[in-house]
Each structure stands twice: as structure tokens, then as C-alpha cells.
Design a protein around this ligand. Structure first.
Ligand SMILES: NC(=O)c1ccc[n+]([C@@H]2O[C@H](COP(=O)([O-])OP(=O)(O)OC[C@H]3O[C@@H](n4cnc5c(N)ncnc54)[C@H](OP(=O)(O)O)[C@@H]3O)[C@@H](O)[C@H]2O)c1
Length: 298
């Protein structure tokens, strides 16, 4: 099977590509936007880096040509001057869907987020929801996987947890009382491959979260315990953080914004976890944290 991966240099992409290096049945067209990103990809004769542009669908379809399946990973949570939610999350998805259709791809996987909703008042959740709608309307055989915070080597979530847990005092938004369902990034790899291997007609939506629900403050304390660090948890009022983020993001034309604060402080809840449907045995949180620790210490 040949898979085209967009945003292949993302943390999810890097982790998937590393896991596929030993799988001789899979080869990858790894779509990235710069030479620098291409150089960061795992080295394997079955991984072919391609410089792609989401603005030129003719070239994009040529670049992704030959792939049986497409995994669309490109997307952002934090906007910056060169990258808005509309461009990165909506327009890029439309371009990749167009390219996948032109190439008659047999299956399309889109990584979305728990809380995605085309009518959300939150611009990030809205953009992911709008992208999901594009996938549903594409007519392609597709899987949309909504995920919570992803934990694994080099994920933004893991880096924040490790950094906060190694301090004597962690100042958390609202005291970190919000509930998380962290998903091990290796479990997401298995889910993605399951979707490719069992593709059906139409678009299926999966909400896939980790096995353990935990407040962010308890998550930091758990990680601090693994580090042997006695930690004090303090609280930053969410309204204060939002005020600072509103001013800062306006001055900088992007960055940590009130939208991002709303996303990271919302409870991660799903009606039904898709782990069984996707044939997964989820990694316990303790094991995931230990993996992160091992990675941080190498
Ligand atoms: N990490 C999580 O906890 C989490 C949770 C839920 C959902 N997800 C979703 O999973 C996917 C991968 O996440 P990640 O955290 O691994 O991503 P990441 O490491 O932050 O990488 C983001 C990727 O998006 C690309 N990108 C940025 N702006 C773009 C634009 N305007 N047009 C096209 N591509 C653009 C980046 O390319 P450059 O390097 O060239 O900028 C990079 O390849 C994303 O769709 C994300 O929304 C992640």
C-alpha cells in the first residue's frame, strides 16, 4: 500500500513515519512545505519526501499521484502571520481532497479534534468542523478521526506537560481543573492504519480518546511524581490569561490567543469511544507518560 501524508513533518506524521519504517508493505509519499521539513523526516527507502503546495491543486495532485490512500495531517491550533485557521485547516483540506479525488484515492483519513463543529463559536473548532464537512461531502471513502490531546515524543502536549512537571511550582490555567482524555500517539497510528486497511464507502466519523480521564493538574502531578519532583500547583485565572493573550496575539498577529485558551481548557468528552470499533487496545496513561519520560531523558 502506498500512502500520501500531508504535513508529514508534524509530530503525528513523524511518529507514524517512524513506525512505518519497519513495515515493508507500506511506502509513503511524505508531503512537506520546505526543504527543512523534508530533512527532518525519518530516513527510509520507502519514504519519499515531496515539496507540496496547497495553493496549486494541479501540482498537488501530480505530487500525490500513485498513492492508494491519503492521510491529511496538515493543520494548526495556533495561528500566526503566515497561517490562519481558514488557510491551514479549511483551504488546505479542500485542496488535498480535490487532489485525492483527481487521483481516485481509495481512502482518505482526516485527523480532526474532539469538539470540532462547523457552527462552533470557537474559530479553531469551527475550522476543523468545516474541514470535516468538506470530507463528508467529497464523496470519497473517508475516515474522520477526532482526537483529544495527543501524547508521545515531540507532541506539543507532551512537551508542555514535561516542562510544567519539572518545575517546583506549576502555574496552570484555572488551576488545571479541566478534564483530559490523553491519547497515546502510537494508538492513533494503529487507528489510522486500521482505517486504511478496512476502508468502506462513505465517510465514517470516529471519536477516539485515551482510556483514562484525568484533570490537567492531576496529569502534571502524575508526571512530576514520575520525575521524582515535589510540585506545587498554582492557578492563573482564565480571564487574566485571556486578556493577556488577546493583547499579545493582536500585537503579534497570531500566537497564543483566547481561542487557543478556550480549546485547551475545555473538558475532553465523547459520547462513545471508537477504540473497540477501530480494534484497539488503548495504552494506559501511566505507560504513555513513562514513554514520554524515557524519550525526554535520551
Ligand atoms: N497534537 C495534538 O494534540 C492534536 C490534537 C487534536 C488534533 N490534532 C490534529 O492532528 C494533526 C497533526 O497535529 P500535530 O500536532 O502533529 O501538528 P504539528 O506538529 O503542529 O504540525 C503542523 C503541520 O501543519 C502544517 N501547516 C501549518 N500551517 C499550514 C498551512 N497554512 N497550510 C498547510 N499546512 C500547514 C505544518 O507545516 P510546516 O512545518 O511547513 O509549517 C506541519 O506539517 C493536525 O491536523 C492537528 O489539528 C493534533
Amino acid at each position: 500500500m502506498k500512502i500520501a501524508v500531508t504535513g508529514a513533518n508534524s509530530s503525528v506524521g513523524q511518529n507514524l513515519l517512524n513506525s512505518l519504517k519497519s513495515n515493508e508493505e507500506v511506502s509513503v509519499i511524505a508531503g512537506v512545505r520546505s526543504e527543512r521539513a523534508a530533512k527532518s523526516l525519518p530516513d527510509s527507502p520507502r519514504i519519499e519526501a515531496k515539496l507540496i503546495s496547497y495553493q496549486d491543486v494541479d501540482k498537488l495532485s501530480e505530487d500525490l499521484n500513485g498513492a492508494d490512500c491519503v492521510l491529511h495531517l496538515a493543520g494548526i491550533l495556533i495561528e500566526n502571520k503566515g497561517s490562519s485557521y481558514q488557510e491551514a485547516n479549511v483551504d488546505a483540506t479542500a485542496a488535498v481532497l480535490d487532489a485525492a479525488k483527481r487521483n481516485n484515492a481509495s481512502h482518505f483519513v482526516f485527523i480532526s479534534v474532539v469538539g470540532a463543529d462547523a457552527n462552533s463559536t470557537n474559530a479553531y473548532f469551527r475550522s476543523k468542523g468545516q474541514a470535516e464537512e468538506l470530507v463528508k461531502r467529497s464523496g470519497l471513502s473517508a475516515s474522520i478521526i477526532r482526537t483529544p490531546i495527543l501524547l508521545g515524543p515531540n507532541t506539543a502536549g507532551a512537551s508542555s506537560i514535561a516542562a510544567a512537571a519539572s518545575q517546583p511550582k506549576a502555574k496552570l490555567l484555572g488551576g488545571g481543573t479541566y478534564l483530559m482524555r490523553p491519547l497515546d500517539i502510537d494508538d492513533l497510528n494503529l487507528a489510522i492504519m486500521d482505517c486504511f486497511n478496512k476502508s468502506k464507502a462513505g465517510a465514517a466519523l470516529y471519536e477516539l480518546v485515551g482510556p483514562d480521564a484525568i484533570s490537567y493538574s492531576n496529569l502534571i502531578q502524575k508526571m512530576a511524581g514520575l520525575l521524582g519532583n515535589e510540585i506545587e500547583i498554582a492557578s492563573i485565572p482564565i480571564w487574566v490569561a485571556k486578556l493577556g493573550a488577546a493583547i499579545g496575539s493582536r500585537l503579534r498577529g497570531g500566537g497564543f490567543s483566547p481561542t487557543v485558551i478556550d480549546v485547551i481548557t475545555i473538558d475532553e468528552k465523547v459520547d462513545e469511544n471508537a477504540d473497540k470499533t477501530l480494534g484497539l487496545s488503548l495504552t494506559p496513561l501511566d505507560k504513555t507518560l513513562q514513554k514520554i519520560l524515557n524519550h525526554e531523558q535520551t
